[in-house]
Write a protein that binds this ligand. Sequence first.
Ligand SMILES: [Zn+2]
Length: 245
Amino acid sequence: MKLDILAVAVHPDDVELGCAGTLLMEKRHGKKIGVVDLTRGELGTRGTVELRAQEAARSAVILGLDARENLGMADGFFRNDEEHQRLLIRAIRKYRPEIVLANSLEDRHPDHGRAGHLISDACFLSGLRKIETADDAGRPQEQWRPKYVFHYIQDRYAAPSFVYDISPVFDKKLASIRAYSSQFFSADYGENEPQTYISSPEFLNAVIGRHQMFGKMIGVPYAEGFITEKMIGVQDFEAFVQMDT
Ligand SMILES: [Zn+2]
């Protein structure tokens, strides 16, 4: 199935925290959206692999995803090498997205930065005809290079290249985060589980504050921030003048 926007993330829940609002907005604009999770988040302190898979499926319904797939790489130990690049190239060629949303290039969790570089490299390499890959049925795949890779800003603050107004869908984004009840603060989960950096009520408050801060930059209640490695080119100022900032 061809998608317009593909969000790729190393851990199930990275997409919800980083770019779920943008996916929801693009869906509203009639685009096909999907998520590829690289790992099952099996090293997460709280919850289990089975529980996290259920949470990801629940969130996929909230976000209205057209596809969600897990590549089963090893949480914490995957590498940006040929084996992992080829796995991801297969997924990119399968979904053929124009835009890829990817992990941050540098963050508190080292998996995020490594994944951010892996995703950028795989998107470039996927456009090279002489790298041969096959689909699930063993048929050769055509090369495909997404036009842009945008890195969503995660835990560590970084100045965004642009911000995306997600105010109309912010409540839904929060609901998609709350679908991960084993990971984030929830009054009815986790009495016997250890607390972590992300399981406190303060963490969710900080997430909300970050989106308000990005929103303030363009005069809207909530926004998500992205960094682009490739310069964005325009042939028309229309998109700029449509918004009061
Ligand atoms: Zn993560």
